[in-house]
Design a protein around this ligand. Structure first.
Ligand SMILES: NC(=O)c1ccc[n+]([C@@H]2O[C@H](COP(=O)([O-])OP(=O)(O)OC[C@H]3O[C@@H](n4cnc5c(N)ncnc54)[C@H](OP(=O)(O)O)[C@@H]3O)[C@@H](O)[C@H]2O)c1
Length: 431
């Protein structure tokens, strides 16, 4: 049987998972594809610590060149994470004529333009299934299963840590900090969870989904990104009373020739499938013109899930090499109907708003008056408590309004002496 040699850089959580699958399912996989996927070298900074899987020590090296410069290695699997030196290693490997598999969404979001162009120039490919939704085969589905479709929107719950925190707040009425501590204790949040909680990881993944759905490689600066750290338990509960769940949503949406790309906490009707996605699970809701609306759902992180996706890429690349095919990763076709990216100021949305206002007669009329000046009309409003002469929450849903009008109105309202703290405004998506 023919064999394909692979070299792995990054023998950590996912890397170990990949080696485990390739070892334990060697016969199973080669029976399926007719080629033996052979692990030729494994590189990591640390090759002395004991790992949970058995491995021939002769395969281990600290020197990435032992992989990048080995002419017998066909595919380099980058699972070390981070931008540098991962970018340099991938560039050097492409230059040496190797195909690449990576799970590194941060790298692709930041340096994808350079790396994908380099791959195309070299006639090589970069596969990245594990970089969005771990084991959920969303990238393959968008590229292959839905190849004939044009897309109007993609909405994703793409970060397990944030979703776990919001789910805990909603289900167990705990504060943001309590939920985050629990996520850390359960191993669902990093020691420093900034990338997850502030929406940056979700934005990295949205860059890739936008590229696959609309053929546009947007930059991180193009994506309006707001995390969940300002979401309070009060807002989660008030939203619930009004029939909504709050989710950190990644959105790429085409409307009137413009594309919106944004990540932020969003109220979703509790009747929608995405509102039921809880804990560390991910879901991606895609609207396509031929196949209709589709939901992809599953665990969005974890060793075996991510490794499953990496092995799927390895099998695809092996099949490509076997067939002598070069399928460019740049085979997305730009949606020319999109004339520009819509700035966050220009988006129109319904909003949930909470003011902390003095409990006295005429307050609501004052707030409504300012909103009306900015052409914003109220759909529903409720005062949540009664505490004479103190500040109480006033919660409202407003009809569709332009973001910049709403922000301008809130600036005026927040400066009134009847208002205690900055108001909270959360966008609503009807999906
Ligand atoms: N974990 C998941 O569920 C998941 C899911 C989807 C995608 N991903 C992506 O998969 C990638 C790997 O994630 P992971 O969770 O496996 O991370 P990890 O456990 O930290 O593994 C990375 C490994 O690479 C090593 N490494 C770092 N820099 C290196 C270098 N310059 N040369 C050689 N080895 C180096 C690390 O060593 P040290 O520890 O000594 O630095 C570590 O052993 C990341 O891009 C991540 O975003 C992860």
């Amino acid at each position: 049987m023919k064999k394909i040699n692979i070299g792995l850089i990054g023998f950590g959580n996912v890397g170990s998972g990949v080696i485990k699958i390739l070892n334990e399912r060697k016969a199973f996989l080669s029976a399926k594809i007719g080629i033996d996927i052979n692990i030729k070298k494994i590189c990591d900074k640390d090759i002395s610590s004991k790992r949970k899987i058995k491995i021939d020590k002769a395969l281990l090296t600290r020197d990435p060149k032992a992989i990048i410069e080995d002419p017998q290695i066909d595919i380099v699997v980058e699972l070390m994470g981070g931008i540098h030196p991962a970018k340099e290693y991938i560039s050097q490997a492409l230059a040496k004529g190797k195909n690449i598999v990576t799970a590194n969404k941060a790298l692709l979001a930041q340096e994808g333009r350079v790396l994908l162009a380099l791959a195309r120039d070299r006639g090589k490919n970069i596969y990245f299934e594990a970089s969005v939704g771990a084991g959920i085969p969303i990238i393959k589905s968008l590229r292959e299963g839905l190849v004939a479709n044009k897309f109007s929107s993609v909405f994703g719950i793409l970060n397990g840590t944030s979703n776990y925190v919001l789910s805990q707040m909603s289900s167990f009425s705990c504060s943001f900090n309590e939920a985050l501590q629990e996520a850390k204790a359960e191993g669902f949040a990093e020691k420093d969870p900034t990338l997850d909680i502030e929406g940056i990881d979700s934005a990295h993944k949205l860059v890739l989904l936008t590229y696959l759905c609309f053929g546009k490689l947007v930059s991180m600066d193009d994506i309006f990104t707001e995390g969940i750290s300002r979401i309070s338990l009060a807002d989660v509960n008030y939203a619930k009373e009004m029939g909504f769940e709050i989710k950190l949503l990644s959105i790429a949406k085409k409307e009137s020739g413009e594309l919106e790309v944004r990540v932020h906490p969003t109220l979703i009707p509790d009747t929608h499938l995405l509102s039921t996605v809880s804990g560390i699970f991910n879901a991606i809701y895609v609207s396509s013109d031929l196949a209709g609306d589709l939901v992809f759902y599953g665990p969005g992180a974890g060793q075996s899930c991510a490794a499953s996706a990496v092995v799927s890429d390895l099998v695809d690349l092996t099949n490509d090499i076997k067939a002598g095919l070069f399928r460019s990763t740049l085979d997305t076709v730009e949606d020319k109907s999109i004339k520009k990216l819509r700035k966050i100021d220009e988006i129109e949305s319904r909003y949930y708003i909470r003011f902390m206002a003095k409990d006295q007669p005429g307050i609501l009329a004052k707030i409504a008056g300012v909103l009306a000046k900015f052409k914003i009309s109220i759909a529903t409003v409720a005062q949540k408590e009664r505490k004479k002469a103190q500040f109480v929450p006033i919660v409202m849903i407003i009809h569709e309004a332009k973001e910049k009008n709403l922000r301008a109105a809130l600036k005026v309202i927040d400066n009134l002496n009847i208002i205690d703290e900055n108001s909270v405004a959360i966008r609503i998506e009807e999906l």
